[in-house]
Design a protein around this ligand. Structure first.
Ligand code: ADP
Ligand code: MG
Length: 607
């Protein structure tokens, strides 16, 4: 038997395989999730291409997109077959022999640097290890694949540093798609059990949107006409519900049949048993879906292990109809604000067909941590992604999704346990602020109401709280930006306001001061930065104060002149101010300039 061509794995692949085998040993069952998700991806791809060219699907059974699992106990093989897009010879070499994604490379780099194997197994779990996880349970793998553009090829590897590839001498038996045949290691024989496979598919792959079948045996009563006294040779009764498999595999299954004498004659029936309910969860009525199902769906969607902080499942009606299921994760991704990072939290479907998880127009950048699915009946199916993302309905969906997100946040803020919102705001507050800067109209106003700040009165002050505590006659909201609350509470800039009994918002998030200058007003109330010149505290006494200020300014002119001379270009001007009560002097910014706090932040960013 010819071995075909031999190729070396790319060095990173070897590294990844080693990491997987050494750190994921206790979670080896995840290989099945990985292989099924690859099959589902491949099916998504052919279905997407077929939107514009239905002929690509092929005819008859070939067009019934599904995943089939078959166990060969005698020879210790587990076969997973899909009718997905398949791989050409070049695809096999590239996709299974190299790691193309730079993100994966970086990830491996990080993993090899971290000595802590427990931490790394967590990382891998979240990341999704992919194809090579099969070596957790298999010592040998045969990948047979047929793409419309090429002949059928066979790729084999034993997880050492090389793989081999050859044209399939049996011809193009698959029609189109991929079969992964795992030779199961002796320590992993449980994966040849029907019950194990059923369990794992339930656990990990229940939300795959294609049917997953397992070739299963069941003891059933023989048909009436066979319940006769004289035992005759048992009849083969393979009822194949969906599709037909190649003959050679059926033969292997046949040998496992039992022939025990029984009172009532039994036969072993082999059928393709469907393991999943592939009606998408979001198509069900929100009233019927249990909380647990949402959590499981969320975890399956992007291979997460946490549970969502909040979710929303709704059917939008009106100018555009779509269904959506949205989740706010407990923790945002670390690279939430990295514009280069690809986050892909929300997947777009059109009439149940997966289209893309990478339409920038669908969600604003500040919402990139959001997870979920959106399924529209109104978007055109048979257009390219490029045309789709220009579609005006995408903009409509985007608006509705933002509104829904805000409702989810409002729901969190109304929860009895206030700590939940405090925690949410600590993690996502900056994202909301970017939302305020970017959005307009009602959404902007709704977001503003959700903001929380530390203040001289409370660590979690909303604008509404502030207003409810305002002094008689107060017509502005006072704030001051800086590094932390303690420093701000001590600042001479806050001195006078505090002394007069005004509440001061302490803005410690770097984006805050810019945000406030953008918002400018909350309702009728001016937002006043105490770090700028010209702060007035009381309307009524303004005229009187101006007079006395003039007098004091005159009196101290020699001092201010002297200081101005001494400080020279380092200050713009030296003035007498009533801003202070105890401290002798402070540095102020002029009305339009950069405050000291902003300067500190800009310096930190440019480093
Ligand atoms: P990922 O799925 O994250 O891309 P994997 O390691 O799981 O990484 O798979 C590597 C690549 O191999 C896939 O991107 C895909 O191109 C190819 N591949 C794996 N399994 C299949 C399959 N069943 N059908 C077609 N292509 C596949
Ligand atoms: Mg994969």
């Amino acid at each position: 038997k010819s071995q075909g061509e031999t190729h070396e794995f790319q060095a990173e692949v070897n590294k990844l395989m080693n990491i997987i085998i050494n750190s994921l040993y206790s979670k080896k069952e995840i290989f099945l999730r990985e292989l099924i998700s690859n099959s589902a991806d491949a099916l998504d791809k052919i279905r997407f291409l077929a939107l514009t060219n239905p002929a690509l699907l092929g005819e008859g059974e070939q067009a019934n997109l599904d995943i089939k699992i078959q166990v060969d106990k005698e020879n210790h093989f587990l076969h997973i077959t899909d009718k997905g897009i398949g791989m050409t010879k070049a695809d096999l070499i590239k996709n299974l022999g190299t790691i193309a994604q730079s993100g994966t490379k970086e990830f491996i780099q990080k993993l090899t640097e971290s000595a802590d194997s427990k931490g790394s197994s967590n990382l891998i779990g979240q990341f999704g290890v992919g194809f090579y996880s099969l070596f957790l349970v298999a010592d040998y793998v045969v990948v047979t694949s047929k793409n419309n553009e090429d002949d059928q090829y066979v790729w084999t590897s034993t997880s050492d540093s090389s793989f081999s590839i050859m044209k399939d001498p049996k011809g193009n038996t698959l029609g189109r798609g991929t079969r992964i045949s795992l030779h199961i290691k002796d320590d992993s024989l449980e994966f040849l059990e029907q019950s194990t496979i059923e369990e794992l598919v339930k656990k990990y792959s229940q939300f795959i949107n294609f049917p997953i079948y397992l070739y299963s045996s069941k003891e059933v009563d023989a048909p009436e006409e066979e319940q006769v006294e004289t035992p005759i040779e048992e009849q083969e009764d393979d009822e194949v519900k969906v599709g037909e498999e190649e003959e050679e595999e059926d033969e292997q299954e046949d040998e496992q049949e039992e022939e025990k004498p029984k009172e009532k004659k039994k036969i072993t029936e082999w059928t393709w048993e469907k393991l999943n309910n592939n009606k998408p969860l979001w198509m069900r009525s929100p009233k019927e879906v249990e909380k647990e199902e949402y959590t499981e769906f969320y975890q399956a969607l992007n291979k997460r292990t946490d549970s969502p902080l909040a979710y929303s499942h709704f059917v939008a009606e009106g100018d555009t109809e779509f269904r959506a299921m949205l989740f706010i994760p407990k923790d945002p991704p670390q690279n939430m604000f990295d514009p280069e990072a690809v986050l892909n939290g929300v997947k777009l479907f059109v009439r149940r067909v997966f289209i893309t998880d990478n339409i920038r127009e669908l969600l604003p950048a500040w919402l990139r941590f959001l997870q979920g699915v959106i399924d529209s009946d109104d978007l055109p199916l048979n257009v390219s992604r490029e045309i789709l993302q220009q579609h005006k309905l995408i903009g409509t969906i985007r608006k509705r999704v933002i509104k829904k997100f805000i409702q989810m946040v409002q729901e969190i803020s109304n929860r009895e346990d206030k700590a939940e919102y405090h925690d949410f705001f600590k993690k996502y507050g900056t994202a909301l602020k970017f939302g305020i800067i970017e959005e307009t109209g009602e959404n902007k106003n709704r977001l503003i109401k959700l903001l929380q700040f530390a203040s001289s009165k409370d660590d979690h002050t909303t604008f509404e709280d502030y207003v409810s505590r305002m002094k008689e006659g107060q017509d502005q909201i006072y704030y001051l930006g800086g590094k932390d609350k303690e420093q701000l509470a001590q600042s001479p800039l806050a001195e006078q306001a505090l002394k007069q009994g005004y509440e001061v918002l302490y803005l410690v998030d770097p984006v805050d001061e810019y945000l406030f200058s953008q918002i400018n007003k909350y309702g009728e109330l001016q937002l006043t930065n105490l770090a700028r010149e010209g702060v007035k505290f009381n309307k009524e006494t303004n005229a009187e104060e101006a007079d006395s200020e003039k007098a004091v300014t005159e009196e101290y002119k020699p001092l201010t002149d002297f200081l101005q001379k001494q400080l020279g270009k380092r200050v713009q001007k030296v003035v007498i101010s009533k801003l202070l009560s105890d401290s002798p002097c402070i540095l102020l910014s002029n009305t339009w300039g950069v405050t000291a706090n902003m300067e500190r932040i800009m310096k930190a960013q440019s480093n």
